[in-house]
Design a protein around this ligand. Structure first.
Ligand code: FE
Length: 231
């Protein structure tokens, strides 16, 4: 009987020792921290280093557009009085135009990242008169230089308001391999007039007569450009 008790006691002691040893080993393994792990690739992206925020959260911006008076007031934008420049020069349509775009004043949507840009201006005739109800159709690449050739991401048309003004909330387009210069494509057609196809450029790589004037607002840019068309 005593022999049996000693055997049971011995087994119990061995089991306890093994369990303790296992716990000791487990507690020596440092926990894997996920919160401090930053992949080198994302740490070096322009977005990570830029002070300009992404627009991922700006989903509401592409909902019902504001009346233009309200938009300009809320955005704190006063358009300079229109000056009479030469007619807007036509440029090639390029290979990525998709007709029948939806009516939009904002290209911002969930998942879209880049430098926010509000593009504003007038559509004028050659006598410098603002043209209400002029049709504008914009299309552009995303920040990575990619076009949506299936749907209408970063594509949309609109009409100028009673003062001949347009406004578009978007992002700066990126470069793509065959066009090493940032640009936004546009078609403009005054009511009852002829359509002009052209492109807008930016001060870093300007094109005479087609370069947007940029105002840096810190967390976004405002770009000014007036179109002058034959009516
Ligand atoms: Fe293009």
């Amino acid at each position: 009987m005593r022999k049996v008790f000693l055997i049971v006691l011995l087994i119990s002691m061995i089991t306890t020792a093994c369990t303790s040893a296992t716990e000791a080993v487990e507690t020596q393994i440092p926990p894997i921290s996920t919160s401090t792990h930053v992949p080198p690739s994302s740490a070096s992206t322009p977005e990570a280093n830029s002070v300009i925020p992404t627009v991922t959260d700006s989903v509401a911006a592409s909902a019902t557009p504001l009346p233009s008076d309200d938009f300009f007031t809320q955005a704190g934008i006063t358009l300079p009085l229109p000056t009479c420049n030469a007619l807007t020069q036509p440029q090639t349509e390029g290979p990525y135009y998709t007709p029948n775009s939806p009516e939009k004043h904002s290209f911002l949507e969930a998942g879209l990242t880049g430098t926010r840009l509000i593009l504003v201006g007038y559509v004028l005739d050659q006598k410098c008169q603002p043209l209400p109800k002029a049709w504008l159709d914009f299309w552009q690449a995303d920040a990575n230089g990619e076009y949506d050739n299936v749907g209408y991401r970063l594509r949309g048309h609109q009409f100028t308001d009673v003062q001949g003004r347009y406004y578009l909330e978007t992002i700066l387009p990126g470069l793509y391999s065959s066009r090493p210069i940032e640009h936004i494509h546009v078609k403009v057609r005054p009511e009852g007039g002829a359509e002009v196809t052209s492109q807008l450029y930016f001060p870093g790589r300007p094109v005479e007569g087609l370069t947007v004037t940029i105002e840096d607002r810190g967390d976004h840019l405002v770009g000014y450009f007036n179109f002058v068309v034959q009516k």
